[in-house]
Design a protein. Structure first.
Ligand code: GDP
Ligand code: CA
Length: 338
C-alpha cells in the first residue's frame, strides 16, 4: 500500500451525524498538527445525498446540511441535526392547515437554507454549485461536495398487511423519522443510483488524495450509497491513496441510528468485522485498513484473514479530542511505521 506518513489531501466519504462528528475530530487533528509546526490538512468531503427529500416544495439535504452546520458552528449539538436556537412556527402552521408530511422536522432557521437551495436549483444551478454557495456563509473548513448532482433517493420496503404484496415502500426519511426504524426493513433501494454520475471534483478528490477515509457513517445508506454511484466506488478501489475506515458498529451494535436494521436487511453480520469484510479488501473491495473498537479486538484476526489490515482502538466520538485520536490511529494504520 503506498502511504504518506503525514497526509495532506484527505478525502472523506460522509453521511450526516456520524460523519460530521468524525470531521470535527479530523479538523481538530489538523489544527493540532499546525500547532506542532506541520501543515494543515486539505479536507474534501464527499457527502451522501440519497437521504434528500422534497418537502413542501423544498429540497432538503440532511447529510450535506448536518456536515455544513456542524463544521460551520450552526448545529444544534444536542439533537445532532438542524440549527441551534431553532423555533418551529412554520411547521406548526403547516400542521394547522393539515398539510402532509407533518412528521418531518423543519425548523424556521433551517427553512431559510432550503428556500435558498430550492430557488437556486430552480434557477438551474446544480446541487454542487448550490452547496458551494451555502458554504460561503458557513465556512465549514472543508470542501463539501455532494456525491452526485443527480436525484438519488433511498427507499425502504416495510411490511404492510393492507397491501396486496404485503409490503409498501417509504422514503428513507419516513422509515427513520416517522417509523423510527421500529419495523423491519425488507429491502433498501437507492432509487436512481445506477443512472447517477459523480458530482464535479468527486472522482478527482478520491484519485488525487493522500488518504481516503471512511468515517463510522452508516455502511448501507450513507457510505454504501456513495460507493454505489457508478465510477465512484471504482475510484475508491483504484486510487493510489490508502483507504482506511472506522467501524460504526461497536460491541455488536450501532452507536446511534439504524445501521443494525439495515445490515440485517442485507444479510450482513452486525459486527465490526462484518461491516469491514462487507466493504472488503482492495482492489476487489474498498479497504486497505479498518479500525474496530477495543471491545471488538477479537475481530481483528478475521479482518486480517480477509486481507484487511486492522487494529483495535477506542472508537467513541465523545469529543473532538477523542475523535482526533481515532484519526491519528487511522493515519497510523494507513502508514505503518517500521
Ligand atoms: P446519519 O446520516 O446522520 O445517520 O449519520 P452517518 O451515516 O454519518 O453516521 C451514522 C453512524 O455513525 C451510525 O451507524 C452510528 O453507529 C455511527 N456512530 C455514531 N456515533 C459514533 C461513535 O461515537 N463511534 C462510532 N464508532 N460510531 C458512531
Ligand atoms: Ca443520513
Amino acid at each position: 500500500m503506498p502511504a504518506s506518513a503525514s497526509p495532506t489531501r484527505i478525502t472523506v466519504l460522509s453521511g450526516g451525524v456520524g460523519g460530521a462528528r468524525f470531521l470535527q475530530g479530523l479538523l481538530h487533528w489538523s489544527a493540532a498538527r499546525v500547532e506542532a509546526g506541520g501543515t494543515p490538512a486539505e479536507v474534501t468531503v464527499v457527502a451522501n445525498t440519497a437521504d434528500d427529500m422534497w418537502v413542501h416544495g423544498l429540497k432538503v439535504c440532511p447529510d450535506l446540511d448536518t456536515v455544513m452546520y456542524t463544521l460551520g458552528g450552526g448545529i444544534d449539538a444536542e439533537r445532532g441535526w438542524g440549527r441551534v436556537d431553532e423555533t418551529w412556527h412554520a411547521v406548526e402552521e403547516l400542521k394547522a392547515y393539515g398539510v402532509e408530511p407533518t412528521w418531518f422536522g423543519l425548523g424556521d432557521r433551517d427553512l431559510a437554507t432550503h428556500l435558498v437551495r430550492t430557488q437556486m436549483l430552480e434557477a438551474g444551478y446544480p446541487l454542487s454549485a448550490v452547496t458551494e454557495a451555502l458554504c460561503r456563509r458557513w465556512q465549514p473548513g472543508v470542501r463539501l461536495l455532494p456525491m452526485t448532482d443527480d436525484r438519488v433517493e433511498t427507499h425502504v420496503a416495510v411490511p404492510d398487511d393492507q397491501a396486496p404484496s404485503g409490503q409498501r415502500v417509504v422514503h428513507f426519511q419516513e422509515y427513520w423519522i416517522r417509523l423510527q426504524a421500529a419495523v423491519p426493513a425488507l429491502a433498501v433501494v437507492p432509487v436512481g443510483v445506477e443512472d447517477a454520475t459523480p458530482g464535479p471534483g468527486v472522482v478527482e478528490a478520491i484519485e488525487g488524495a493522500d488518504l481516503v477515509l471512511l468515517p463510522p457513517s452508516n455502511p448501507i445508506v450513507s457510505v454504501g450509497t456513495i460507493l454505489g454511484v457508478p465510477g465512484l466506488g471504482e475510484a475508491v478501489r483504484r486510487t493510489p491513496a490508502p483507504v482506511v475506515g472506522l467501524s460504526p458498529i461497536v460491541g455488536g451494535r450501532h452507536v446511534r441510528g439504524m445501521a443494525q436494521q439495515l445490515l440485517e436487511a442485507r444479510g450482513i453480520p452486525v459486527s465490526a468485522a462484518g461491516v469491514g469484510l462487507h466493504y472488503g479488501a482492495r482492489p476487489a473491495g474498498h479497504l486497505d485498513g479498518w479500525l474496530v473498537d477495543e471491545r471488538d479486538a477479537a475481530e481483528v484476526a478475521a479482518l486480517e484473514d480477509g486481507g484487511i489490515r486492522a487494529a483495535a482502538v477506542p472508537l467513541m466520538m465523545t469529543d473532538p479530542v477523542a475523535t482526533a485520536a481515532m484519526v491519528q490511529a487511522a493515519v497510523d494504520l494507513a502508514a505503518p511505521r517500521g
